[in-house]
Ligand binder design. Structure first.
Ligand SMILES: C[S@@+](CC[C@H](N)C(=O)[O-])C[C@H]1O[C@@H](n2cnc3c(N)ncnc32)[C@H](O)[C@@H]1O
Length: 280
């Protein structure tokens, strides 16, 4: 890829997603663009860049972000977060909910990729909440910038290795349907979990969030790592403002917030909390 084309792609990706592609990512980007060239039957990356400069290329920019962004994820990734949810957050919330007359439990998986993270949350909540607050309704909003991963998440069908390699066998049996015939080797999340999760498009860097209610818990994991510091700072501020007082924010373990300014309190590894004394 020509240096000028790489610069153009870098600037466009940064402008639309704030994903910060360093000079070392040139080969990776070249390889990933191959998919778009084949799909569009274009001969070169220069032709692709020329197309992206045309007024009709808006949808293609979304496809570009799709192929550039790293969607790697798996069930119960950073499992310590799910243990903390089960043993600390949910018991505490069940007590507060009664005392403070909370409505539904609301959870947000921001940058949910192909769904493994929100479905792991759903398994954890379905396993824990009935014993603590059987009548408490709960819902998970899951969002991502990539339409491609959102489609996969809504389909909720996963390869055997992805499921049996990461989900305990009893929970696989309880919450997944095993495919047969042409679906041999695939597992589908059962409707009993799917009905609690809604997937939608959201670009985390686009203006202020417009949610009608605050969240009790937000997971924003393994996406800030691609953003520069000012973007991270702005995002953390927006996420903190979206939490109920005493609500929790979980970030990826490699995404320490130590070097950025924020209003949250660290209560565990990659676990942050909004102050209890702020008004929602
Ligand atoms: C590495 S995955 C992390 C998935 C999951 N949170 C986890 O920790 O396993 C990063 C996800 O962030 C999404 N993403 C990247 N930039 C984004 C943005 N500006 N707004 C929303 N999602 C974004 C990507 O599409 C990708 O699915």
């Amino acid at each position: 890829m020509r240096e000028s084309d790489y610069q153009f792609i870098r600037d466009l990706v940064y402008e639309r997603s704030r994903i910060n592609l360093g000079p070392d990512k040139r080969e990776l980007v070249t390889a990933r663009l191959g998919k778009r060239l084949r799909a569009m039957q274009l001969a070169s990356i220069s032709d692709y860049c020329s197309f992206l400069r045309t007024p009709g290329a808006k949808d293609e920019v979304a496809n570009l972000i799709d192929v550039i962004s790293t969607n790697h994820t798996y069930f119960f990734r950073e499992s310590h977060h799910f243990e903390y949810l089960q043993t600390k957050i949910l018991p505490e919330f069940a007590g507060r909910r009664r005392a403070e007359c909370w409505p539904d439990l609301k959870v947000w998986s921001a940058a949910s990729s192909s769904g493994e993270e929100p479905y792991s949350l759903a398994v954890t909540i379905a396993e824990t909440l009935p014993a603590l607050a059987a009548d408490w309704a709960w819902h998970i909003d899951a969002t991502d910038i990539s339409h491609n991963v959102l489609d996969r998440a809504r389909a909720a069908i996963y390869n055997e290795e992805g499921v049996v390699g990461h989900v305990p066998p009893l929970l696989v049996a309880k919450y997944f349907q095993r495919g047969f015939g042409p679906q041999e080797g695939k597992y589908r999340v059962k409707p009993v979990l799917q009905e609690h999760v809604t997937f939608s498009y959201l670009n985390l860097i686009d203006g202020p969030f417009r949610f009608s209610q605050p969240y009790h818990l937000i997971l924003c994991r393994n996406v800030m790592i691609y953003f520069d510091r000012p973007t991270q700072e702005e995002l953390i501020g927006k996420l903190a403002g979206q939490l109920v007082p005493g609500g929790y924010l979980l970030v990826g373990h490699s995404e320490s917030l130590t070097s950025i300014r924020h209003s949250l309190t660290m209560v565990g590894p990659a676990i942050y909390r909004r102050s209890l004394s702020v008004k929602p």
